[in-house]
Design a protein around this ligand. Sequence first.
Ligand code: BES
Ligand code: MN
Ligand code: ZN
Length: 497
Amino acid sequence: MTLKFSIAADAPEAAAVPSIVVGVYEDRSLTPSALRIDERSGGALTRLLESSDANGKAGSVAALFHLPNIVSPRVVLAGLGEQKKLDAAAYYRAVTESARALKSMPIDSALSFLTDVDVPGKDTAWKLRTAALAADAQAYRYTATFKPKEKPKTPSLESLAFVAAANDPKTLRALTEAAAIAKGVRFARELGNLPPNICNPAYVADQAKKIADEHPGVTLEVLDRDAMQKLGMGSLLGVSQGSANAPRLVVLRWNGGKDKEKPYALVGKGITFDSGGISLKPGAGMEEMKFDMCGGAGVLGTFVAAVELKLPLNIVCIVPAVENMPDGNAYRPSDILTSMSGLTIEVLNTDAEGRLILCDALTYAQKFDPQVIIDAATLTGACVVALGKHASGLMTKDDALADELLKAGNETMDRAWRLPLWDDYQQQLESGFADVANIGGKYAGAITAACFLSRFVNGARWAHLDIAGTAWDEGRKGLATGRPVPMLTQYLIDRSA
Ligand code: BES
Ligand code: MN
Ligand code: ZN
């Protein structure tokens, strides 16, 4: 369950809630709500800042309890850093860290005054939505595969209110959008976090069925191995043939738009586990390859958010769900696969499997005569080398589409950075035995992967998002992030305006 969001109009000192949140700057100046608390409490905040027990540094948090003349028993001070440096990223950090503090307290609800922070160029609706999404990301806990715990004796955060004008349709819309995006993000995170012995291709299809069952108007088609064979998806099936878990191709549709309007096609890489196949990956870190379906989870999560919002658009969401395993029957380096498009592919590395399932999914997507195709995939380690864990890689030849996606990413703090998709790189994919090779050598791996995909889109309006660095947090306790659900949902919201 996501957090419940609402709007309130209480004065800071009078709010009868378990905790309130107010912002302070690094130069010890106070936001309007913090100033009010300071005045009513006889200078409690000023004294704290003077004693350096709180410093207002960006991302720092301090909690005060039972202040005189303040109704709420807890006041969380969110550090905003230097006032003149406060930008969207600093705000995001402050709302994230204050939500983390709330989550650690034995309380079920809180009221945030961080909507009164001045963020240049951003309105209340943006602040509200950003704070709500950041809080929900902090509130999420993965529990699915732990021994069930007894019900905890202390409450934990369930609802969060924001101070704003309750009659402004823009702020109400922001709350609705935050709730829908949060739902989509949670869906993507949960699917991403599940282990591959649970989240296999059939499980992905079951989750899609759940989406269709829970949302009137959504239709689902699931293609099994035979159906894909009939369509000639030799590339996708080549990847799947070493796995005991049979592949699925999931196709969800939402027709919220006009009858004749062309759909937006979202395609997501759904490798439920990427061992590398016969080109086996090294053991260290291989467990992270359970996240290799995060592109698929991301487009499904986006679909959930879009349908929750009942966006007036036609959307088709396509997820090839496949496991990449070594086996006596597995595909091998030097195999030639025939894709659904008819193009033949020389497999030079079975670990470059994402593009091999996506190419057939992209060909299939064109059956729906889409106005735009966007794919999301944990496609290359090279993208992580290039951009790190902060930006997704965006590759498209369409400048307008690039700008729309970059804008949506900036708006939701789910940012991407564009890499070139020039034809100059195409020659790296030449093969002596097939129309195209599945790897492009050691340079520009993220780009040559996109170049491979480009050969299957036949000039359609198309963009590729490489989310290899952004889809999950690294480390033993690293969780799926739910990216790029916020960016893609915002992109669709913008299209429906
Ligand atoms: N799923 C991986 C990409 C990946 C690697 C994502 C590490 C996140 C972290 C993909 O299937 C893969 O193995 N790509 C290869 C391509 C290479 C063989 C051309 C890679 O990036 O090494
Ligand atoms: Mn791989
Ligand atoms: Zn992969």
